[in-house]
Design a protein. Sequence first.
Length: 318
Amino acid sequence: AQGHGAKGDNIYEFEIEFLEPVEPKPVCRVTQRQLNITVQKKESNWWERLTKQEKRPAFLDESDAEMELKEKEEEKINKMKIESRVPKDPFRHLKKGYLIMYNLVQFLGFSWIFVNMTVRLFILGKGNFLCLTDSFYDTFHTIADMMYFCQTLALMELMNSLIGLVRSPLLPAVAQIFGRNFILFVVLGSLEEMQSKPVVFFVFYFWSIIELFRYPYYMLSCIGIEWKPLTWLRYTAWIPLYPLGGLAEAVCIIQSIPIFSETGKFSLGLPNPLNVTIQFSFLLQIYLIVLFLGIFVNFRHLYKQRKQHLGPKKRKMK
């Protein structure tokens, strides 16, 4: 090229013999300040050096894009090395399929509960207040079978955590699953007097709403998909729902205490001179304390998870 430099008008030229083949037609762009020549590699990979000669010419320097490409290439190579060292699990796809099916079944079960209760509430509630209360009183007899199925199946979550299928702390899962099953099978399932209480509606309703966000989130996570609105709901909806669900469970326990005291059900009589009997209603009072401790454990666990998934992302230091 001919140009005007420090020594006047001259013809300027240079030659570069690249390390590997490049596209034959470079793209040239002339500006007022300089001439930009873009040379495209035939294969997009990292070169050990730019030219065939080992000593780089003084007027050449590596660009930021080249450095980034090099870093990505090295990261890819390191990742492949790490993956080659980790033994492949022959049952990986089978485990993933099982987790997808488990979460799908639970999602469909709790969806049925939620939709059924909502439809009954709005249809019966259109009549008058007595019809509305009927939907509350009849909740257990219409929903209990499906709730029995879902909460029994939920015991598999403990097994999944124990055998390492999922990476989740065991204690919060134990607190939630055994707490719910105690309410469902012992308090409600064994007392016909409790099955017609309006509080049953609220217990079942809050349980089902929470699971409408939890199980689809886990199901999508199994196939590597993250839907941000669902992630936000998964780690935010529990903030109002867990206290309301815990309050409904506490009311259920409190209302059952007089019934257990009168009937003496599950009370334990010990053979002793004083004829002491351990009332099950007294154990329920102790369980109330355990209930709130379990809620606290789950609150702490979910708060940490929320910070991890929705908290501000830390910037990488360059």
